[in-house]
Design a protein around this ligand. Structure first.
Ligand SMILES: [Zn+2]
Length: 164
């Protein structure tokens, strides 16, 4: 079966920056599963996955506009420090340059700490990978038809997908 709209594909990926350094990898973890054609993954990655089948391996390099968008200057917000999550350990303190997770009405998003204060922290709300040229090495593991429920929810269920 080929990847197309209303299919769920499982894949492993290694994400590299322009210098070839690995930024993220799903190897050793669960593969990622997504519902094709539902804006579940980056536009450029979804396009490259179209028509691929289980066992296919490929690399795709995405310009920022096909990945996380261009970086916008001065896209900063002040948020209460207690709203930041993701400290590496309980006694660690937020420092400039660290990446934190904040919960918004649109769901979780990653932000970069710019400046810390006692109660408020200034964060850059650009996605951390905005403005970067990214290469994905992808291995497609499985392709199957989506269930009616997955199509209705707009996301994949099961291993690597949305857990309810
Ligand atoms: Zn669901």
């Amino acid at each position: 079966m080929k990847i197309a709209d209303k299919t769920v594909a499982q894949f492993h990926y290694v994400l590299k920056n322009e210098a070839g350094e690995t930024l993220e990898s799903s190897q050793g973890n669960e593969p990622l599963a997504y519902l094709h054609g539902a804006n579940n993954t980056l536009a450029g990655l979804e396009k490259a996955l179209t028509d691929k089948e289980a066992g296919d391996k490929f690399s795709v390099t995405l310009q920022p506009e096909d990945a996380y968008g261009e970086r916008q200057e001065n896209l900063v917000e002040r948020v209460p420090v207690k709203h930041l999550q993701g400290l590496p350990s309980k006694n660690a303190k937020w420092k400039a340059g660290m990446i934190a997770v904040v919960h918004t009405e649109q769901g979780q998003r990653q932000v970069t700490v710019v400046k810390t204060g006692k109660f408020m922290v200034t964060v850059d709300i650009n996605p951390p990978l905005a403005g970067k040229i990214l290469t994905f090495d992808v291995e497609v593991l499985d392709v199957r038809a989506a269930t009616d429920e997955e199509v209705e929810h707009g996301h994949a269920h099961g291993v690597g997908g949305h857990q309810h």
